[in-house]
Design a protein around this ligand. Structure first.
Ligand code: 1QQ
Length: 425
């Protein structure tokens, strides 16, 4: 008995010493955040797993958090707002002491607008030893890139992926961007409140985009089933289209009382402009792809009146939101939009989850593979985060729990040069 206990103890001792040595070895090698690169050369996919599994966790230096969003292409109409939100969060949380005294450092990697760019950016960040990745901008890109993070065991916070099925990509994928199913129908309810006479609805959506397909499904079900309206035409387009004469003419011929559009920013706003130019005067509901002031230069005065459901209110009465609105307005001369607030929230949940992990086991004692796993487990623990989006948490699948949604209506100046999203009561 005594012998068994003694040999058991010595095994425990050996294991503990081995673990300590491993931890020290892990901690000794400095983390090497990926240098921001504009060439976005794709590392070999085969090296991804091995490199990240053996890499050391960040030590005394800043903790690298990857941000893979669109800084170029038409998708940068969203991505620009995301970069601003993430950088504001980086500055703010570092001023608050970072992760229990250790600063964070964003590692930006441009995805541009396609799937391949998102995959390249993800692989660069994974190999660059980031603790987590915020991105990509589009659901279309997420379905392609997130599986690489899943394979490498890197937590992903989707900052703006609202299509059905995003958290189900895998156990490492969570989102701070509420799904279209929860958000979009609010805009239809608002349209009916403004004009209770609406009976006939026309729908248009971008066929080559995962989010647009998901959102139009939600809209079409709500139009016919929830609100009992008549769907008079369904028009399709591509996110790369610039000429919408056919779709706009077909919509006008169907004589709808309401037009509902699911596309991205440039295409969606061009369609709206051409629809108005051809003479449509009724209400327009735009989906999440029209949820940015960056559409104003595209549809100009013809943006006026568009209804858009939002998962963020700049009016939210909380300390962190007031700070975001004040800081952003000071620098940009306008209030922040949803994509900025969601990117801020994405950084925030990672910082706060890292603090919780660090309080249990100091991060600098953890191997990167363990740190990434512990961070993911913490995010999925149900802990609540008081963000500019309100109080949020993640369910065990990584879906956001968020209480409050809003509907805004775009108001443009007469000359179409400036405008704003005005929240409806
Ligand atoms: C998605 C979206 C886009 C409008 C994000 C910019 O919601 O791709 O899921």
């Amino acid at each position: 008995m005594q012998t068994i206990r003694r040999s058991y103890l010595s095994i425990v001792l050996v294991v503990v010493v081995a673990l300590l040595l491993a931890a020290c070895a892990g901690a000794a090698a400095p983390a090497a955040p990926a240098a921001p690169s504009d060439s976005a050369a794709a590392p070999e996919a085969a090296t991804t797993e091995a490199a990240s599994a053996e890499a050391a966790a960040p030590t005394g230096d800043a903790i690298p958090i990857g941000v893979a969003v669109a800084q170029t292409s038409n998708v940068a109409l969203f991505g620009q707002e995301q970069v601003l939100g993430a950088q504001l969060a980086e500055q703010y949380f570092n001023e608050q002491g970072g992760v229990n005294g250790t600063p964070i450092q964003l590692v930006l990697q441009d995805t541009a607008g396609e799937e391949a760019g998102a995959i390249n950016a993800f692989q660069t960040l994974i190999n660059g030893n980031v603790v987590a990745i915020i991105g990509p901008t589009l659901s279309q890109q997420a379905f392609a890139a997130d599986p690489f993070a899943e394979k490498a065991g890197v937590p992903v916070i989707a900052p703006s992926n609202t299509a059905k099925g995003i958290p189900q990509i895998g156990p490492y994928t969570s989102r701070v961007s509420a799904p279209v199913a929860k958000v979009a129908p609010n805009a239809l309810a608002a349209a009916l409140k403004i004009n209770p006479e609406i009976k006939k609805v026309a729908v248009a959506f971008a066929q080559n985009d995962a989010f647009s397909n998901s959102e139009t499904g939600t809209f079409q079900n709500a139009i016919t089933d929830t609100f009992g309206l008549e769907l008079v035409t369904v028009q399709t387009f591509q996110t790369t289209d610039t000429d919408f004469t056919t779709q706009a003419s077909n919509i006008l011929n169907a004589a709808p009382d309401l037009v509902v559009i699911s596309g991205l920013a440039a295409d969606g706003a061009n369609l709206i402009k051409q629809l108005r130019d051809l003479g449509y005067t009724g209400l327009i509901v735009g989906g999440n792809g029209l949820n940015t002031a960056n559409i104003f230069p595209v549809c100009q005065a013809q943006c006026d009146g568009i209804l858009v459901a939002q998962a963020y209110s700049p009016m939210l009465d909380s300390a962190v939101n007031k700070m975001l609105v004040d800081t952003y307005s000071g620098a940009q001369g306008k209030t922040p939009g949803q994509f900025t607030a969601q990117a801020f929230a994405a950084v925030q949940v990672i910082v706060e989850a890292l603090k919780a992990v660090d309080a249990k086991t100091p991060l600098k004692e953890m191997a990167l593979v363990d740190l990434r796993n512990a961070l993911n487990a913490e995010l999925l623990s149900g802990a609540k985060y008081d963000t500019p989006l309100g109080l949020i948490s993640f369910d065990p699948e990584g879906e956001i729990n968020q209480e409050q949604f809003y509907v805004a209506q775009i108001k443009m100046d007469a000359d179409g040069a400036n405008g704003k999203f005005e929240l409806l009561k």
